[in-house]
Design a protein around this ligand. Sequence first.
Ligand code: PEP
Ligand code: MN
Length: 332
Amino acid sequence: MILHLKNNITQSKAALIANDLNAFHFFSNGVNVIVTESNLKELPVELEGVVEQFWLFDNDIQLASSKYISDKREVQIGNIKIGGNTNKTIVIGGPCSVESKSQILESAKLLVELGLTTLRGGCYKPRTSPYSFQGMGYDGLMLLTEIREEFGLNIITEVRDATHINDVIEHSDIIQVGAKAMYDQGILRACSSIDKPILIKRGFGTTLKEFVQAAEFVLSGGNNNVILCERGIRTFETNTRFTLDLCGVAWLKEHTNLPIILDPSHAMGYAYGVPFLSKACVAMGIDGLLIETHVNPSVAKSDASQQLNHNDFRKLLTSLKPVANSVGYSIV
Ligand code: PEP
Ligand code: MN
């Protein structure tokens, strides 16, 4: 159950009420919000005098539910807003991993040339094998902060585990919680107590409900800036790396209030498929795309086969604009 308290209730009183209910409390947009477990099926009588409005749910998708907020939430990324009624599809581009100053510089220049605002690049890579490149770690993060200062780009980078969560929070504009890290509740809780945007990627074996419940961990701490990212799930098919779950995206659009970004690069696993999928995604009316692009994909230290070269990225961006416009969106 979600409760909005009357505005004469102080924040400290609201905290006490939440404590008695063993519930979450946060103060957002001038309102004391309390969230209890979802199997409370009616408003406790003793709360009638303090509650302005309440919502009942039949499962633990509560703050993210379109039954609570029917419009999509707006999330600010630098000076761009996505979600809400903005009808903007943000294209986030950059390499899988930050590999060197010269490499990430080329990516930054490409984005600036194309008028894009947000650069991706992983520093703490959650690799499947311990023997492959694990990312540049803190040094990579420092390269990203130099790039932000020089080019004014927003930075999105991923957190692999709780050991470096504070560094990623401090130095990035959007925190990416990857498909493997999305089950780490230490990470999710750390992300819940800040107000930077958090992009949560769906685990490849994660149901839609589990995915949205990961978002609830962040929302219930009072961080409203959560973005969901569908990046492909594992099916019986092995010719593509994963299977992009567009049905799931339709479900999320209908049942949640969170902006949705799609990642065709990891879903497909091969660069040749990324433009096809990107167009299909944009045609659904989505809040963003996350696309891997590398100045020289053949030498990329991670995910080489799926990264677009810069020319193909340029062509893709041009081809996406009319698709977005045809569904009332614009690419930013
Ligand atoms: C990535 O974005 O490079 C990445 C590792 O993604 P995922 O967590 O979706 O596998
Ligand atoms: Mn990658």
